[in-house]
Design a protein around this ligand. Structure first.
Ligand code: GAP
Length: 548
């Protein structure tokens, strides 16, 4: 396996993503907009394939009569598509209005803003002067960055760097301040020349605000872009129950945009301000919820493996009890070793959370808090609910067992952009292949799973004459209704293979002299490089079978 965490590898992936039209910076001709990304011609197909694979595997193709491995019983799946702007009370009852914030810290000197939990640093001393040098850099870049900053702060030449005495390894600024082992007055901000320029940390709500209506003005017109798709599902729970034949246990799925005003968007599309989520809210009987939680955790883990993510780069991490949200009985994250992270670090692709009855009860009764181990409606100084719920009955009546209960929820919540980024990073390979003269040539190849590959097949006439283009065009037209394919007659066949390898096309079909004689084509496999002869008449069925 290639070295998995490597900034230079990430730089190559970002550059290929731009050069080949996978991902562009949003509004690039105006200098770009931090935290916003556009998908180009290949990228849009890749991301759509990720979302389609999720929808097909989790929802449309789900067999409601079968008991899947690890599931307590068969279950139903259905879908929704809700609005991005919802009634502001949704976010008050869900807790996002009061609690969905990060701590930020400003630098009075550089005028830059940082996420408090993203700053870390080291004590550095030189000739009686001591300072806690901080940086925002992560991975392999963090320690060299603190060295460079300390060198500049102490006014040293490169050969004097060894004179700096270091007080240990990198520590989180948040933790050293909480422990009292450093103060903000001792701290050199990541872009400051002198210590003491960082402000006290402040809360910053991550929801984007907007106003509804042309005459918007007072506080009642304030609305928010949804920071997750999940709440649209909870507030439609009753609508789905009343209008479809689903019975508990069942899941409602939604794919759509979410928005978070991240303080420091970073690492390509990993932490964006606008992104897409693929979420399921699975409603079940409270007594069965622990079993359903384990089922979904394992099912989602297998989904990533089934689409080809390297197992050694994936990690399933169960949260410790003290990491769990106040309403959660269990949460696991599926994480991927992205190349921009330090060796041994992983970034979250998806969280699978056991949420109990917190969400449905919040939208019935009002915002809940945990008091003495129980979830109770939070009240204001007047004793009234701080944020009033809808008052609608969201309980469920099981007409077989004749019981009424508020279903428990298991929530597998995945990021479509993070998933796409993981598939992009995992697919990136560099190797050597023989060129037309048999000499080794280095190649960049994107080894996407065929279901995710933006283009499934390329049809290449060996030369632009002797009737080969006509045969190739016929084959292209036969394949096109079944899968994304391209016709390419420009340049040498070696260059055309190289173009398709970079795009991640799993199969190339070459029409040559022999085709005209025996109606066979060469099928080249992107990964094994094996070339086999296949009757033209069999190509459509053969490739469709490979994709099934
Ligand atoms: N409803 C639960 C929920 O939203 P989350 O862990 O905050 O949970 C779920 O988000 C997934 O959404 C994450 O695992 C990640 O894949 C994606 N996600 C969250 N914030 C993101 C961001 N700023 N940029 C890109 N993806 C993000």
């Amino acid at each position: 396996m290639d070295k998995q965490n490597d900034q230079s590898r990430m730089d190559k992936i970002v550059s290929l993503a731009k050069r080949r039209g996978f991902i562009f910076q949003s509004s690039e001709i105006y200098g770009g907009l931090n935290g916003f990304w556009d998908y180009g011609p290949l990228g849009v197909a890749l991301k759509r394939n990720v979302k389609d694979a999720w929808w097909r595997d989790m929802v449309a193709g789900h067999d409601e009569l079968a008991t899947l491995t690890g599931a307590p019983s068969p279950y139903e799946m259905t879908g929704l598509d809700c609005t991005i702007i919802m009634h502001p009370q949704v976010w008050k009852c869900s807790g996002h209005f009061d609690l969905f914030h990060d701590w930020m810290i400003d630098c009075r000197e550089s005028k830059r803003r940082y996420r408090y939990d993203h700053l870390h640093g080291r004590w550095a001393a030189h000739r009686g002067k001591k300072v806690f040098v901080t940086t925002e850099a992560s991975g392999d870049e963090a320690v060299p960055e603190t060295v460079a900053r300390a060198q500049k702060f102490f006014g040293l030449r490169a050969k004097q760097v060894d004179e700096i005495e270091w007080g240990g390894g990198l520590e989180s600024l948040e933790q050293v301040i909480a422990a009292g082992s450093a103060t903000l007055a001792d701290t050199l901000g990541p872009d400051a020349a002198a210590p003491g320029s960082l402000t006290e940390p402040r809360e910053f709500n991550l929801m984007f605000e907007t106003r509804i209506g042309a005459l918007a003005g007072d506080d009642d017109d304030r609305a928010f872009l949804r920071p997750e798709t999940a709440q649209g599902i909870f507030v439609n729970f009753k609508n789905v129950l009343d209008t479809s034949r689903v019975r508990v246990p069942f899941g409602i799925a939604q794919v759509g945009k979410s928005f978070r005003n991240e303080i420091t968007p970073r690492n390509f599309t990993f932490r964006s301000r606008e992104f897409e989520q693929m979420e399921i809210e699975f409603f079940c009987k409270p007594a069965e919820s622990a079993e359903w939680y384990r089922f979904w955790r394992d099912r989602r883990w297998k989904w990533y493996l089934g689409l080809g993510l390297t197992e050694g780069r994936l990690q399933l991490r169960e949260h410790h009890r003290d990491e769990l949200s106040h309403y959660s009985v269990g949460t696991a994250d599926i994480e991927y070793a992205f190349p921009f992270l330090a060796e041994g670090e992983f970034g979250e692709l998806e969280g699978i959370a056991h949420r109990g009855d917190f969400d449905l009860r919040s939208h019935m009764e009002g915002k809940l808090v945990r008091k003495d181990g129980e979830l109770v409606v939070e009240t204001g100084p007047d004793g009234k609910p701080r944020h009033r719920g809808s008052g609608k009955d969201l309980s469920y009546f099981d007409d077989v067992s004749r019981e009424r209960y508020v279903p428990h929820v298991i929530e597998p919540s995945a990021g479509a952009d993070r998933g796409t980024l993981a598939f992009l990073c995992d697919a990136f390979h560099e190797d050597e292949v023989p060129d037309e003269d048999g000499k080794p040539r280095s190649r960049t190849v994107m080894k996407f799973h065929p279901r995710l590959a933006p283009v499934k097949a390329a049809i290449l006439p060996l030369v632009k004459k002797d009737g080969m283009p006509e045969v190739a065009i016929d084959l292209y037209r036969a394949l096109k209704p079944h899968m994304a394919c391209q016709y390419d007659e420009k340049g040498s066949v070696g260059r055309r293979y190289a173009r398709q390898d970079e795009a991640g096309t799993p199969w190339c079909l070459t029409i040559d002299g022999q085709t005209l004689a025996d109606k066979t084509v060469t099928l080249r496999d992107r990964d094994s490089l094996v070339q086999s002869r296949v009757p033209i008449a069999d190509v459509v069925d053969l490739l469709r079978d490979k994709l099934a």
